[in-house]
Design a protein around this ligand. Structure first.
Ligand code: PMP
Ligand code: GLN
Length: 401
């Protein structure tokens, strides 16, 4: 059982500790946005109204509702410059999480090697291993989370089947730049490997920073890349669990084979296009992608302001804040806050803060497959929260530290 060594995911564990703390807790751990950042009211109404009409509570099509697949295809053309055929090149999944799992199960055979960048999202390595694959992990080097080209090249072998790229990146907020993408494109073509692109934070990029560019849009890459998106991130509806995948027809068809046996389809109350048309969240997401572009285009500037608010105060408290160009995650080094000679690591620090300061964070080592190689003094803050909540967290830290 490859999962026997797995603990409950750190996001769940920290949220439970935060919820159960007597006296309350500021939860800047698990990445979920506050109400003020949630998607348009009309989308919620469309989703809520969905279940009431007669005959609206039965299986939607396995690949997703046509309306949502059409909206996903149009969105891909509009924002990534990658037009796709909605009937052959789109698939709706239960969040990005299912898209990732289905892709690993569909694309990997026992012994295949998969390249990941570390820090990495916690589901990647266990799911790739469960599919029989062997992870080859390449470090992103703090503080700028740069790639060492020689280390990357050395990770490729004749067994390399897949490279997984998450940009904008959780937990660092790094947005891979053109030069890095070109290096990846050259290596993937040279070694003839496929790419799984986790682009759930594609709209969460800051004005003035590196723009988000999909690896799929580089020359020679369209036929080997699958892109993953999520309504959880694009509309700040993490509970809806609507995700999607676009890419070459043969790769999408392969992943659909896995999807049909994992979940088969996606709750229809989550997928429609116009409020009041009798269907559901899938349709609500379709409506949002088509008609609520100003919502998700506004997230970058809004989040940048919140990041600055948090970063400035954390620096005053003695944290060293690492740079980022996107997402709603901030990584900071707390090493300067420890007394000389202290060997407290990030996990112990986060446990102490949640218990004694009432502030929940995520230890950065949770994003490392091998904890022994993880940095010891980095923590992740989430800042997709009201200014009041961010201030309350900073105040709690200030009076405790
Ligand atoms: N990939 C990354 C990088 C994430 O941070 C997350 C989590 N939120 C997911 C995938 C999963 O997304 P979803 O909630 O749509 O399943
Ligand atoms: N992606 C979210 C984060 O990084 C959490 C998702 C989850 O709780 N599984 O915080």
């Amino acid at each position: 059982d490859v999962f026997s060594g797995q603990k409950t995911t750190v996001f769940e564990t920290m949220s439970i500790m935060a919820a159960e703390r007597p006296g309350g807790c500021c939860n800047l751990g698990q990445g979920f946005p506050d109400n003020e950042l949630e998607g348009p009211e009309g989308m919620k109404q469309a989703a809520t109204a969905a279940m009431l009409p007669p005959n609206s509570n039965q299986y939607p099509p396995m690949m997703g509702l046509p309306e949502l697949r059409q909206a996903v295809a149009a969105h891909s053309g509009r924002h990534a410059g990658l037009p796709v055929d909605w009937q052959r090149e789109t698939l709706v999944t239960v969040g990005a999480t299912e898209a990732l799992a289905a892709a690993f199960l569909a694309l990997l055979n026992a012994g295949d090697e998969v390249i990941f960048f570390e820090p990495l999202y916690d589901s990647y390595v266990p799911m790739a291993r469960r599919a029989g694959a062997v992870p080859r992990i390449v470090q992103l080097h703090p503080p700028s989370w740069s790639i060492d080209a020689a280390e990357l090249e050395a990770a490729f072998s004749p067994r390399t089947r897949l490279l997984v790229l998450n940009t904008p990146h959780n937990p660092t907020g790094k947005v891979f730049n053109q030069q890095e993408l070109e290096l990846l494109a050259a290596l993937c073509q040279h070694h003839d490997c496929l790419c799984l692109l986790d682009e759930v934070y594609e709209h969460l990029v800051f004005p003035g920073g590196a723009p988000h560019v999909s690896l799929r849009s580089l020359p020679g890459m369209a036929d080997r890349c699958l892109r993953i998106g999520s309504a959880g991130k694009t509309f700040s509806f993490t509970a809806w669990k609507v995700g999607w995948l676009t890419g070459p027809a043969d790769m999408v068809a392969a992943v659909a084979k896995a999807h049909q046996f994992i979940t088969f389809t996606v709750p229809s109350a989550m997928q429609v296009s116009q409020p009041g048309r009798g269907a559901c969240q899938q349709r609500a997401v379709a409506h949002g992608l088509e008609h609520e572009q100003s919502f998700y285009s506004g997230l970058g500037p809004l989040l940048q302001r919140k990041r600055q608010l948090l970063a400035g105060q954390l620096q005053q408290l003695g944290f060293s804040v690492l740079p980022a160009d996107g997402t709603y995650f901030l990584v900071a080094d707390f090493g300067g806050l420890l007394p000389a000679g202290s060997t407290e690591d990030d996990v112990a620090f986060c446990q102490r803060l949640v218990r004694d300061a009432g502030v929940a964070l995520i230890p950065a080592s949770a994003f490392y497959a091998d904890k022994a190689t993880a940095p010891r003094t980095l923590v992740r803050f989430v800042f997709c929260k009201t200014d009041e909540k961010l201030q309350a967290a900073v105040d709690a830290l200030r009076s405790y530290l």
